[in-house]
Design a protein around this ligand. Structure first.
Ligand SMILES: [Zn+2]
Length: 285
């Protein structure tokens, strides 16, 4: 089975090295290419976190730091919005910088770091970016649920916050990253109610472990996800994603394979990403 990893991170920096090591990986493009080959992952969608620039004139898109001049052909990226540096004065220039970057073939979506950025996802600061997403037929991936550090504010990353923005921008596809974990029920309802809301299953576990051990130890957690995925019964809205380097790739693929009924594997591991991120179709040819 060919796989598209709809949510991962790559950055040639020290912090990533340590996280990758804990998951049994190395933080290098060569290593990642090898893992992709082994697992039959044909494309990864990276979330841009690098390139923060304190410049009052423009808030530049956050990008994936590939550490090479030419981006690799097996990774594409979503441009991160650094909300904290967007002002009334530089908003127009910032949107223009995103628009320019969108000319590059490997840019396939936008990323909102809700919770990490202390803004409601429906804050007017984001509106021109959602309009840009709509005009370019690219999705907006929103971080939902728990934040990786305590500086995050959960009131901004709760999946229910996606409801309002989904209603206000009905022609933009929004992806709730991490299934809103641990607010799985709330995320389920937001995806059920809104035709333009999708879910990625990245980041629901971390490190390297035995899958049997995980299923045994976190039985209730797994049952809850199975329950609400069945309740939702919209496997056309669910995408595989790893959140690499957080988790071991082979381990996590097995975790999700066991979570999703087999008849939906093709949709969840591959097809749905091609609908949510239409720009990747050009690259998959
Ligand atoms: Zn992530």
């Amino acid at each position: 089975m060919k796989i598209i990893d709809a949510h991962l991170h790559f950055s040639a920096n020290e912090h990533f090295k340590q996280t990758a090591y804990k998951a049994g990986h190395l933080d290098s493009l060569e290593h990642l290419a090898g893992v992709f080959h082994e697992q039959n992952i044909v494309l990864g969608i990276g979330m841009g976190v690098d390139g923060k620039e304190n410049n009052s004139k423009v808030s530049k898109p956050l990008t994936v730091n590939f550490g090479t001049e030419q981006p690799p052909n097996f990774l594409v990226q979503c441009l991160g919005i650094d909300t904290a540096t967007i002002t009334k004065e530089n908003s127009e220039a910032s949107v223009a910088a995103f628009k320019k970057k969108l000319e590059e073939q490997n840019v396939v979506g936008l990323k909102v770091y809700a919770g990490y950025q202390h803004f409601h996802v429906n804050d007017p600061v984001y509106h021109p970016f959602y309009e840009l997403a709509e005009a370019n037929n690219i999705p907006v991936v929103i971080h939902t649920g728990d934040t990786a550090n305590s500086a995050g504010l959960l009131k901004f990353s709760h999946p229910l916050t996606v409801d309002e923005v989904a209603v206000n921008f009905p022609r933009v596809r929004f992806v709730m990253a991490h299934y809103g974990n641990p607010w799985i029920i709330d995320a389920t309802e937001v995806a059920k109610k809104n035709p333009n809301v999708y879910i990625d299953l990245s980041g629901l576990a971390e490190g390297k472990f035995q899958v049997d051990w995980f299923y045994d130890t976190y039985k209730g957690y797994i049952e809850q996800m199975k329950t609400w995925l069945t309740y939702l019964s919209r496997y056309d809205k669910i995408m595989y994603g790893s959140d690499w380097p957080l988790v071991n790739m082979a381990t996590y693929i097995e975790v999700v394979q066991r979570l999703i009924p087999e008849q939906y594997h093709q949709a969840v591991f591959y097809d749905n990403a091609t609908h949510v991120f239409p720009r990747i179709n050009m690259l998959l040819k």
